[in-house]
Design a protein around this ligand. Sequence first.
Ligand SMILES: [Zn+2]
Length: 263
Amino acid sequence: MKTIDVNGTRAYQFESFDANAVGHGIYTRFGGVSEGIWKSLNTAGTVGDDKTAIAQNHEILFGAFGRPLATRFDVWQVHGTQIHFAEAPRPPEQKHMPGDAIFTDKAGVTLMMRFADCVPLLFHDPVQKVIGIVHAGWLGTALQIGRVAVEALAERYGSKPQDLVVGIGPAICGDCYEVGEDVVRRFEKYWKENYQQFFKQKDQSLYLDMLGANEYVLRKAGVTQIEQSGICTAENLHEWYSYRKEKGLTGRFAVLLALKDEA
Ligand SMILES: [Zn+2]
């Protein structure tokens, strides 16, 4: 990945995304105005942070990204598999709809999602000119939301899996993400097979590799162009929020993705 620093913010970008066709950024903690455990570019309004600071952070974020805040489309991320196809930005007065995958083929929409350990999946179909962000936590991964997204793209926009470019963003890694037996049971239920390889026993504890599991799901769905960030949120707290490492007392970093207008 490469980094772009603008006005104190820092965004990571995948090398494999065509910068002429899409703008994208996985924004770190840097450059915002939030204090304390939310320091500093927290974008979530549901984690106890000051509302004025969050609003200011959104202005800073979109300013750094170079798109108007009024183009924002975001949802209430609930760890399901509900998909939204954005035809227009979300009007500020309209409540967030629950969902964990957002797609658009409109250049006037900036897709936004919030993360702290869950896996961000960024999609670009350069042929059908469609983009999307998926939020895959352990439950979304168990539900194979990556495959659900690939199938939805095919149905809605005619996207072929082999045309898709997918970036798997910073998230908690398989050495850091300790889980319980209940998580294994869900994988057993939804995956039926081949899930064991993503669980690792270390001392008396069980660890889940969500990054590997999501890549596996995408490859099974026919996606061949996949780039992993290789960044673990829990091991890099100076840059990222980590829900697990910080015991829930933290903010959420933003992922932004937008199609560029083609003249
Ligand atoms: Zn790690």
